[in-house]
Design a protein around this ligand. Structure first.
Ligand code: AHR
Length: 629
């Protein structure tokens, strides 16, 4: 192999390796959003879903649903009516596939309440292990006006599978709503914030961008249930709860209790992007509901509302505090702009219906904000007639970035390592927006995130990197999954209510995103780039800031292979290089909550002798070499 340090092919996009977030697999509610109470506002279709009545023998009382007097996003509340003082009476909440607590941590329970009848009522809350109370707290002093109350709970044990109770003491009637509980150890300690361990896994990837809020969830099962960002900002009580798009028979596994509270709304997505140093990349509905579902279309003449959502979103992100939407951002605590650079129009939409609508968006966005880059979609399939049609039309429109998706077999990923070698350099650039190899070594439906998938993704990604002049963004998908609440697999990061881990695929993504370099240099074998010959795949970049050469070589063959890399051009380095290796002789090897590092990167060094590097690559390995030039 030969690397020419003087021949810089192109810059590497600073946003090259990023994240695709969608509220699928309990990624937001039950995952990243640290709220522990499910159906906290009683707004699910069945207001008692996730709640059950607690009523000891002898305790007399009733629980019923009511509606707030004025029409509002949060319409329902619960009335607890106690008719005697015998035994326990109240509610219990099941959490998101259970509930977990940590010893020594404070949990803040808040709710709003109004006294309807009686006096001296108290709310007693408890966290139990079986019958054993491991945390408790009380509050009283309710009045006939709605007000917020707070109880801090401090469990004496770390446990996944606790029981949470919200009990009423005294005789009378209390109306309650917005019962919410958060741990204190949220990301950056924010009130009603995000799960710290999960954000940390994202931050560790040093992602170039964060795409949100999905996926199919953008489009909605029908247009009424599309993602409307304006309904996801401001006070929680004003964020209307809707049925999650993945709570349908279309999901691989149905989850009837899956709703969107929008606790993570557009403000929080922008804030998260800023926190982890990623460019925000919002995707909006183009006026077509998910074409795999109802495929409902908004008539072109009625598209204004959708286009205005896009224009207003840009103002929300970038507008001055004197603008209407900029002021809303400031009210939420962020007067500085979020510096939005990209906006996506549609997700996996296809046909002339998409093109017609995309043109309307393009005209309006470019007229008002010529500096914003528009991301267009190429539909759900990475090839075929529909794909060619869309690319053809988008080329004619001078589209800037086209979003391609591929959930394919590991073989497809290997065979497509040259996919972008021949792409037209004068046309739109590529956003590899959703990809994952779906392993074929697994026989049952549960497609694991195993080494076969991760290694073939790595091989394919050398092709993305080699073609970094045209491929400007790339993200694995989906990002998160709760081990007991998923609809789609494989996924990059898995978690339960206490723990989380990065899959083999996570480590591969992280190795690429934390070792990007700034400029592509050629790595060739016999004058040609390497994409499959002898099972080897390679790419190389240099980092102009750190003056490093970074090369990535994947050996997909079962056997070890010796390679020699000759450095051409200006090289005056004298130190050993750093060699990060990730390998397994078992393609079915995978990480898990019990064994999170079963396949993980290891670091060693290599020598350089007179501009020559000899490496003995393990079979089935990803190797990253870094060297001061
Ligand atoms: O990532 C899961 C789904 O796959 C996304 O919602 C959709 O865009 C794609 O079909």
């Amino acid at each position: 192999l030969e690397v020419n340090l003087n021949e810089q092919i192109s810059d590497v996009s600073p946003t090259m390796w990023g994240l695709f977030f969608e509220d699928i697999n309990f990624a937001a509610d039950g995952g990243l959003y640290a709220e522990m109470i499910k159906n906290y506002s009683f707004e699910f279709e069945n207001p008692m879903m996730a709640w059950r009545r607690v009523q000891d023998q002898g305790a007399k009382g009733y629980v019923f649903t009511n509606n707030h007097e004025s029409a509002q996003a949060n319409q329902k509340f619960m009335t607890l009516q106690r008719l005697n003082e015998a035994g326990d009476f109240g509610l219990t909440n099941e959490g998101f596939r259970g509930m977990a607590v940590k010893e020594g941590l404070h949990y803040t329970l808040t709710f709003i309440a109004r006294l309807a009848k009686g006096s001296d009522l108290e709310v007693n809350t408890r966290i139990l292990e079986g019958d054993q109370v491991i945390a408790s707290g009380s509050v009283g002093g309710f009045t006939s006006e709605w007000a917020e109350y707070e109880i801090v709970l401090s469990p004496t044990k770390t446990l996944d599978g606790v029981n949470f109770q919200f009990l009423l003491a005294g005789e009378g009637e209390l109306e309650v709503d917005l019962i919410s509980m958060f741990p204190e150890d949220t990301w950056k300690g924010r009130k009603r914030g995000l799960r710290k361990d999960l954000v940390q896994l994202l931050a560790d990837m040093e992602p170039g961008f964060l795409r949100f809020p999905g996926g199919c969830i953008v489009e909605g099962y029908d247009l009424e249930n599309r993602y409307e960002w304006k309904k996801t900002i401001g006070e929680m009580a004003d964020r209307e709860v809707i049925k999650n798009r993945w709570n349908t028979e279309f999901a691989h596994r149905t989850t009837p209790d899956y709703y969107q509270s929008f606790g993570i709304g557009f403000f929080e997505y922008f804030q998260l992007s800023e926190d982890i140093g990623a460019e925000p990349l919002p995707i909006l509905s183009c006026g077509l509901a998910c074409q795999f579902n109802t495929g409902e279309q908004v008539p072109i003449g009625a598209l204004d509302e959708y286009v205005n959502d896009a224009l207003d979103l840009i103002e929300f992100a970038n507008g001055s505090v004197d603008s209407h939407w900029g002021a809303k951002r400031a009210e939420m605590g962020h007067p500085e702009p979020f510096d939005l650079k990209f906006i996506g129009v549609g997700n996996e939409n296809w046909g002339p219906q998409y093109i017609e609508r995309a043109k309307v968006f393009q005209k309006a966005i470019k007229a008002a904000y010529p500096e914003i880059t528009i991301v267009s979609t190429s539909g759900p399939s990475p090839d075929g007639e529909e794909f060619d049609y869309l690319w053809g039309e988008l080329r004619k429109m001078d589209a800037e970035l086209v979003d391609e998706h591929y959930y394919r077999t590991p073989d497809w990923f290997l065979e497509n390592a040259r996919r972008y070698d021949e792409y037209d350099r004068n046309g739109p650039k590529v956003f590899a927006g959703e990809y994952a190899a779906h392993s074929t070594t697994v026989k049952e439906d549960f497609k694991r995130n195993n080494w076969e998938a991760a290694m073939t993704e790595a091989a394919f990604m050398t092709g993305l990197e080699r073609n970094g002049d045209i491929v400007r963004l790339a993200s694995y998908a989906p990002l998160f999954a709760h081990v007991d609440g998923w609809q789609w697999n494989p996924d990059l990061i898995w978690f339960d209510n206490l723990k989380s881990y990065g899959t083999t695929n996570y480590h591969v993504q992280k190795l690429f995103s934390t070792n990007p370099g700034t400029h592509i240099v050629p790595i060739r074998s016999k004058g040609k780039s390497l994409a499959g010959e002898d099972g080897l795949y390679a790419s190389a970049t240099i980092d102009q800031q750190t003056k490093e050469l970074i090369f990535k070589v994947v050996n997909t063959s079962e056997d070890p292979q010796e390679i020699t890399i000759e450095l051409k051009g200006k090289f005056s380095g004298s130190e050993d290089g750093i060699w990060i290796e990730m390998a397994s002789d078992d393609l079915e090897a995978y990480n898990s909550l019990e064994n999170p590092e079963a396949v993980a990167p290891e670091q060693k060094t290599f020598e350089v002798n007179k501009k020559t590097i000899h490496l003995n690559l393990k079979g089935q390995s990803l190797n990253i070499g870094k060297l001061k030039t």
